[in-house]
Design a protein around this ligand. Sequence first.
Ligand SMILES: Cc1cc2nc3c(=O)[nH]c(=O)nc-3n(C[C@H](O)[C@H](O)[C@H](O)COP(=O)(O)OP(=O)(O)OC[C@H]3O[C@@H](n4cnc5c(N)ncnc54)[C@H](O)[C@@H]3O)c2cc1C
Length: 372
Amino acid sequence: MGRPRVAVVGVGTMGSQALWQLATRGCDVTGYEQYNLAHTQGAAGGETRLFRTIQVEDSGYVPIAKRADEIYRQLEKESGKRIRDLTGALIMGSSSSGDMKSAIDASNANPDGTELFSRKESKKKFPEYELDKDDISILDKGGGIIYSENAIRQATGLAVSSGAKLREGTVVQALEETSRGVKVVSTEGIEQYDSVVVTTGAWMAQIVPEVQDWIRPRRLVSMWFSPKKERKLSSMLPYLRVRPTYSYGLPSPDGKSMKLGLETSEVDEVKFPQGNEYIVPDSIYEEFSRLIESYHPALSHGPKKVQSYYESYTPTEYEYIGPHPESNKILIASGFSGHGFKFSPAIGEIISDLIVKGETEHNIEFITKIQS
Ligand SMILES: Cc1cc2nc3c(=O)[nH]c(=O)nc-3n(C[C@H](O)[C@H](O)[C@H](O)COP(=O)(O)OP(=O)(O)OC[C@H]3O[C@@H](n4cnc5c(N)ncnc54)[C@H](O)[C@@H]3O)c2cc1C
């Protein structure tokens, strides 16, 4: 028997990691990407993503983040490039919120890797962040910044060095199970594979319409703000403010601005993710303005840059990693619901386990149980 022939459709966040893992495990793997590599239209655009070891969503993600952390280090070592800056990250929010309670539990379980601050202590130590009356903050020392576009570039580069083929600017139009495997129909022609991984993010329903009712694209807006004249950003850490006052922020790589994101009061579900020339409505500007007013005394109003990106969501906000509803030869990994980047190297490993061995040692039962 020859090497398994595998196609990865969508070489973005998850696809690039899967491509690398599959190539190093000896698969004859081809990645299809509709745009250029590390483009800024999908879920990875905007230069950076937050890495944290504290998982407020579900403690099941802790070992996944731990494994991702190890693979990020390997990626940096093998590529010789900087993928992350582990500056530490702040988790802030009301001490009575469910998410903050989970963060406190995570902090108690890892006292060396975290530090908890009362509101008063936090305001003294991190004066750039205003807090509400019953807020506290936790410093996640192992957290920091991921250079998202670079992570995709380097993982794909290592995949190609290990023998993977990359088809950029190639749109996959259809997948068809055959007696020999799966036929991939793309703008470059038709090819046959033993199995296919679909990591098309927000474009999932275009290629797998069977999932369109529960894996849906959303448009998320990021805005970059400059510091006030007398303030510097050098001491501003990346942060997550937990629900119900959710927002997050990351200092830009040039140190001149802070990128902020929030949950807008209306979910911006789109039918089809196309282009990011989107005219942001006034109501969203107002929500960002209120965020600055309430929590960011060091930042000036009026963004210096505004951009939108597409991400796939499920109703439970747990991703789907499992078979295509009509074919066991096609594996889907999508619906990462705004939190998937930090886990992506481990997700790549899980995908390659499932393709190569049909099972994974990672505990993903907490995810699959919810989605079944
Ligand atoms: C604004 C924003 C901020 C976020 N912040 C964080 C954060 O701080 N921390 C964190 O952990 N997570 C964060 N996330 C979530 C995280 O970025 C996503 O969960 C993750 O990037 C999803 O990866 P993906 O592979 O599913 O999608 P993508 O990275 O978008 O990859 C999908 C790829 O498939 C390609 N494709 C689609 N259809 C086809 C086709 N038919 N043929 C060929 N190619 C195709 C697309 O062009 C794209 O490159 C954020 C997301 C957004 C949008």
